[in-house]
Design a binder for this molecule. Structure first.
Ligand SMILES: CC(C)(COP(=O)(O)OP(=O)(O)OC[C@H]1O[C@@H](n2cnc3c(N)ncnc32)[C@H](O)[C@@H]1OP(=O)(O)O)[C@@H](O)C(=O)NCCC(=O)NCCS
Length: 363
């Protein structure tokens, strides 16, 4: 048995073949077209494999993302394509690949790692917790298009630079290159819808579906709220089936408007998150609080607890999951009834920290 280790360059196609065989047997496309930035030769150093008798038997991949937010720039490692050959399961191989991805994330200065799974207890053993906030809105009824001057298009042939320009206007967004967007546009079953004004400028876009995932889910969008609502109406008319819009907690105006027209809304989690570089993360958070005028902010690890608060009004958190849920939601400082109201209010100016991963970046 060899590994966990990164594949050699010549093993890349074998890795993709192993993943296709184990995760995409009934798909007509290769899994690397679904996750073009994570499962690419450029990210081979972040793949973790275990080899037995010269055959790959287990795999996981880390994709570091740089996420800009209003208060901090985070480096977030996304972990995905965790899989072991059926004949080699229950022997700790995935656990070793996950540990390897965590150590790769730590070495590359990721503040935290995130993954999407339904196997919550398996990942809780490594310190992951369901955290962050995601709102979803189901649209079923026909909505009238208000701005009749907009032109709508439903194909993927759009300049990546124009999409990138709108994407970077989000308060929380990942750093992407035009090439990344070009590859995202080629993801199978990923359907782009766009809205254009009379000057032929792109004013909104929305993406539904992504490979085998997120069918009927709008996981990427950008543009002004009015244009987006009209674009969603166009998509509904065109598709004629229920559609779920995924929205970050900080998109307050869009949320308010979708609440009025949806048939169902729900608050869920962004994903399973684990903090990997606690000191670096605390330094960023304290800097952000100080920039808002809270010089007395405290976030320190002391022994096996975290001490936090303002000035001398200090509290402790022992549990790592509670810390993750306090920093990124869904816990709010105002939920902590043991805390003074004044400190609750001060902490609530920044916490939970706005965090969001757009659908094309998820792996
Ligand atoms: C989920 C999956 C990745 C786990 O892979 P694995 O290599 O079997 O994982 P591990 O062996 O590390 O852990 C699996 C179980 O074996 C146990 N185990 C770990 N080391 C062990 C060892 N040395 N001996 C016996 N059992 C062990 C683990 O505690 C775990 O227990 P659980 O079933 O109660 O959770 C695998 O089942 C798989 O490929 N499934 C299909 C794809 C998939 O669903 N991927 C997850 C996407 S998020």
């Amino acid at each position: 048995m060899q590994g966990p280790r990164s594949p050699e360059v010549h093993e890349f196609s074998e890795v993709v073949e192993f993943l296709n065989q184990n995760l995409r047997l009934s798909s007509s496309w290769t899994i690397s077209s679904e996750y073009p930035t994570a499962l690419s030769a450029n990210n081979i150093h972040n793949m973790s494999i275990i080899v037995e008798d010269e055959k790959i038997v287990s795999h996981a991949v880390l994709k570091p993302l740089v996420i800009k937010t209003p208060f901090c720039i985070f480096k977030v490692g996304a972990i995905g394509s965790v899989v072991t050959d059926p004949h080699h399961r229950q022997r700790g191989l995935s656990s070793r690949n996950i540990q390897n991805c965590l150590s790769l994330a730590e070495k590359q200065d990721c503040d935290m790692v995130i993954l999407w799974t339904d196997q919550f207890d398996f990942y809780r053993r490594f310190g992951f917790e369901l955290a962050g906030i995601e709102h979803t809105y189901v649209l079923e009824n026909k909505i009238e298009i208000k701005n009749t001057k907009l032109r709508f298009v439903d194909n993927n042939r759009v300049d990546p630079e124009a999409l990138l320009k709108l994407h970077t206007q989000h308060t929380v967004h990942s750093m992407r290159t035009p090439d990344d967007v070009r590859n995202f546009l080629k993801i199978p079953n990923s359907n782009l819808y766009t809205a254009w004004n009379e000057q032929n400028q792109l004013v909104a876009y929305a993406v539904e579906g992504k490979g085998v995932d997120l069918t009927n889910y709008v996981h990427e969008w950008a543009g002004s709220v009015d244009c987006l609502l009209d674009l969603f109406s166009f998509m509904q008319q065109k598709r004629n089936q229920p559609m779920t819009i995924m929205v970050p907690s900080h998109s307050t105006n869009l949320k308010k408007n979708l609440e009025k027209v949806c048939t169902l809304s729900h608050q869920g989690f962004l994903g399973m998150i684990k903090i990997v570089n606690r000191d670096a993360l605390f330094a960023k958070i304290k800097k952000a609080f100080r920039a808002e005028g809270f010089d007395q902010i405290v976030f320190e690890k002391q022994g096996d607890v975290v001490v936090f608060g303002i000035g001398t009004d200090l509290y402790t958190i022992k549990n790592e999951s509670d810390l993750t849920r306090l920093l990124f939601g869904p816990l709010k400082p105002t939920d902590l009834d043991f805390m003074s109201t004044e400190t609750q209010e001060k902490l609530a100016t920044l916490l939970p920290l706005p965090l969001w991963i757009w659908g094309w970046d998820s792996i």
